[in-house]
Design a protein around this ligand. Structure first.
Ligand code: S3P
Length: 174
């Protein structure tokens, strides 16, 4: 079973932080996008182009269910908590769900030159902000812990996650 699940918008640092957290805790790191690419044999952009967003979401739900049976730190995709089925899985898991909360301006700055997020390419600034706000509601429904990441280094975020979840390394964290 996963030890920590990271959620948050694209560019909030889920993958970077997840890898470092896994190193610190000495457990494997699982990246949901990577699992999707591995099982489908296609890049995320290709899946969106050939099967649309709904095709991608289908694969994402299957990969999430599979990932939740494995031990490690799980970095999800920014859209994972949008589907109700996925939210249900995240709410019912015994693993702490940590939201990396990053301001929209910071995200836009980070992702400006990134060509790997097909969803981002179709949005202008106001559509992006609208999507961000809508998703925040979903993230809050499933998060056990929220961490504001603006102006923090990945290592500072890792330290904060450990500090915040450690006291609760209770039965639900095994
Ligand atoms: C998506 C985020 C991406 C990836 C896909 C869709 C989203 O993951 O799953 O491009 O809907 O926000 P990251 O959050 O790791 O960029």
């Amino acid at each position: 079973m996963a030890k920590v699940i990271l959620i948050g918008f694209m560019g909030s640092g889920k993958t970077t932080v997840g890898k470092r957290l896994a190193d610190r805790l000495g457990c494997p790191h699982l990246d949901l996008d990577e699992l999707i690419v591995r099982t489908s044999g296609q890049s995320i952009s290709r899946i969106f182009a050939e099967h649309g967003e709904s095709g991608f979401r289908e694969l994402e739900t299957q990969s999430l269910a599979a990932a939740l049976t494995k031990r490690g730190i799980l970095s999800t995709g920014g859209g994972t908590p949008v589907r109700e089925e996925n939210r249900r899985m995240l709410i019912h898991t015994d693993v702490p769900v940590v939201l990396l909360k990053t301001a929209p301006g910071v995200i836009l700055e980070r992702l400006k030159r990134d060509g790997t997020r097909p969803l981002l390419e179709t949005l202008d600034r106001s559509q992006f902000i609208a999507l961000y706000r809508k998703r925040l509601g979903f993230y809050h429904q499933v998060a056990d812990v929220q961490i504001v990441t603006d102006e923090k280094s990945p290592d500072e975020v890792v330290a904060e996650i450990i500090r915040r979840i450690d006291p609760a390394l209770s039965p639900r964290r095994q």
